[in-house]
Design a protein around this ligand. Structure first.
Ligand code: BG6
Ligand code: MG
Length: 219
């Protein structure tokens, strides 16, 4: 049975995925490169460096330029993050974290973002989670399984007892590569390979999710 939920952060518990898009869009405009919402879908869940490579679409840049571009995008992103408050939690996020706590299940944040701690501070939900694995970990980014494997290790649990909640294709792939089931939030085209697909967490309890996955035995 599931003993821990491993939550992605951006696009799952909060709307920062939109801020990442706006940051990359701003950088693309600075560089005179086309960048649409559709292009942005491939950047969901992947690291900052990989996102830049996707945005540049093969355009060659030096390591120094790449670093400057990533710093500039992060500056745009942080301007938006600094304005965040607990009101930026997505509907259903606080409710499921509180429900899981009352059920005695572990909760971790497992995100590719190096800004995870800052975002958690703005949302003021640090007290509702038992652990954090972020993009500063010495590990490969999603879609590799590394971050989720570190998440399971926080609680010394096998992969089969961890459930991932993700909004990105790369994130669901990472969960499966780690041997974990995944709940995919968002459109079927993006997360259709997940074990359960929901539009968002709004109105969905942990018990209902576990029951749908055949992982809930009341008692
Ligand atoms: C992921 C986001 O959570 O973190 C990506 O979905 C983002 O859009 C990635 O690029 C890395 O974030 P950061 O904050 O380290 O640039
Ligand atoms: Mg995400």
């Amino acid at each position: 049975m599931i003993e821990a939920f491993l939550f992605d952060l951006d696009g799952v518990l909060t709307d920062t995925s939109e801020f990442h898009f706006l940051g990359w869009k701003h950088l693309a405009e600075d560089l005179g490169l086309p960048f649409s919402r559709e292009d942005n879908e491939a950047l969901r869940g992947v690291s900052r460096r990989e996102s830049l490579a996707l945005l540049l679409k093969g355009k060659a840049v030096s390591d120094e330029e790449a670093q400057q571009y990533m710093d500039r995008k992060n500056g745009y992103y942080l301007e938006l993050v600094r304005q965040m408050t607990p009101a930026n939690l997505l509907p259903g996020a606080r409710e499921i974290l509180e429900e899981l706590a009352s059920m005695g299940l572990k909760r971790a944040i497992v995100s590719s973002s190096k800004n995870t701690h800052l975002v958690l501070e703005r949302l003021q939900i640090g007290g509702l989670v038992d652990g954090v694995v972020d993009g500063n970990a010495p590990a490969r980014s999603k879609p590799f399984p590394d971050l989720f494997i570190l998440g399971a290790a926080l609680f010394a649990l096998p992969a089969s007892q961890c459930l991932v909640v993700e909004d990105a294709t790369a994130g669901v792939e990472a969960a499966h590569a780690a041997g974990m089931k995944a709940v995919g939030l968002g459109p079927f085209e993006r997360v259709g390979m997940a074990d359960l697909v929901l539009p968002s967490l709004e109105g969905h309890s942990a018990k209902e999710i576990l029951a749908a996955l055949g992982e809930y035995a009341p008692g």
